[in-house]
Structures are given as C-alpha cells and as structure tokens.
Design a binder for this molecule. Structure first.
Ligand SMILES: [Zn+2]
Length: 179
C-alpha cells in the first residue's frame, strides 16, 4: 500500500492537538550580556574573607502563559535585569543586615568585621548596600529574583520567576519566586 493509501486508512487516529502545560522563556546572562563586576568579602571565611572581585552573570527563566504571542518580551526582561546590574556594577557590595558587621555610615563608611578584627574604610559612593544578610551568590541571587518579581507583579500571565547568578564561569546560585 502506498503513502496515500496509508493516510486514508480509517484505523489511524487523527493527530490530537497537545496543549503545552508549561511555557517559559530563558535568557542566558553570559550570552545576552546581563553581567556586572563587583567586589565583596565573606566575613570570617578563610579565603573569601579578603576583599576580592568577580564578574557575575544573571540568567533568568520566566514561566507563564502566552499573552498574545509572548509570555513577556525578551527586551523588557533584559532592561529590568540591566537596570539592577547597573546599580551593582563596579561597586563594593555590602550586606546591610549582616550580623557579623558593624557598619558606621558617614562620608566614609567604616565596616568592621567583629570576629576577624578587620576594618575597611570606604567612600560611600563606592558602596552598594544590599538589604541582605550576606553578599554570597545565594543572597545576591535572592535580591535579583525579588527585584525582578517586583517589576513583573502586574503581569497576571507570569507564574514563576527563576534566577541564577553565576559568580564567575561555571558556578552559581539559583532561586525561584512564585508570583
Ligand atoms: Zn567571592
């Protein structure tokens, strides 16, 4: 039986439309240049306790339903992420809620790491204070995820925001917010 004969065979069920259960868009921070460079330290850590720098990349996955042709325009997401990256870029990141630090904010900021008995003096304009308890990749990621989710809260079709912050190439921390 030829090709046409097979297509006409009534025993073969017609194709059903399979509905997508989950749709998402993904943006890779390295490839799409959603990156920033910043300085930080992890108090009392044997290696990371000294002020040092990284290049970070922020990758985003947004889950939701299509609103017209898009879940959300890639450009809109990139603009949001870029604005947050710009706040942190070329700054010293300090976690404002870190219980291990004593921070004294004047024109120059004094940051004392109590247990290690270290003290940094930095100009205020060089610092980006984060509302977090540390400046680990995990806490930076949580900050990004919360800020991105805040910007997208009016979009009813978006269900989940997932962010990964890479601290250099090959390692990173991720988190997910339900909308
Ligand atoms: Zn580090």
């Amino acid at each position: 039986m030829g090709e046409n004969g097979r297509l006409m065979d009534k025993r073969i069920k017609p194709l059903r439309v399979i509905k997508a259960s989950v749709m998402f868009i993904e943006i890779d921070g390295w490839m799409a240049k959603l990156r920033f460079s910043a300085c930080h330290f992890i108090p009392n850590h044997p290696k990371c306790g000294c002020l040092h720098g990284h290049t970070y990349a922020v990758s985003v996955r947004i889950e939701g339903e299509q609103n017209g042709e898009f879940i959300i325009d890639f450009e809109m997401v990139k603009n949001i992420v870029n604005r947050i990256c710009d706040r942190l870029d070329h700054k010293v990141l300090i976690a404002e809620k870190d219980p291990r630090l004593r921070i004294d904010k004047k024109e120059s900021v004094s940051i004392e790491i109590m247990e290690s008995k270290k003290r940094y003096m930095l100009p205020l304009e060089d610092i980006m204070f984060l509302p977090t308890r540390s400046v680990s990749a995990e806490d930076i990621c949580n900050y990004f995820c919360a800020e991105i989710a805040k910007e997208l809260r009016s979009a009813d079709n978006i269900k989940r925001v997932n962010v990964r912050v890479d601290e250099g190439i090959g390692q990173g921390a991720g988190c997910e917010f339900e909308m």
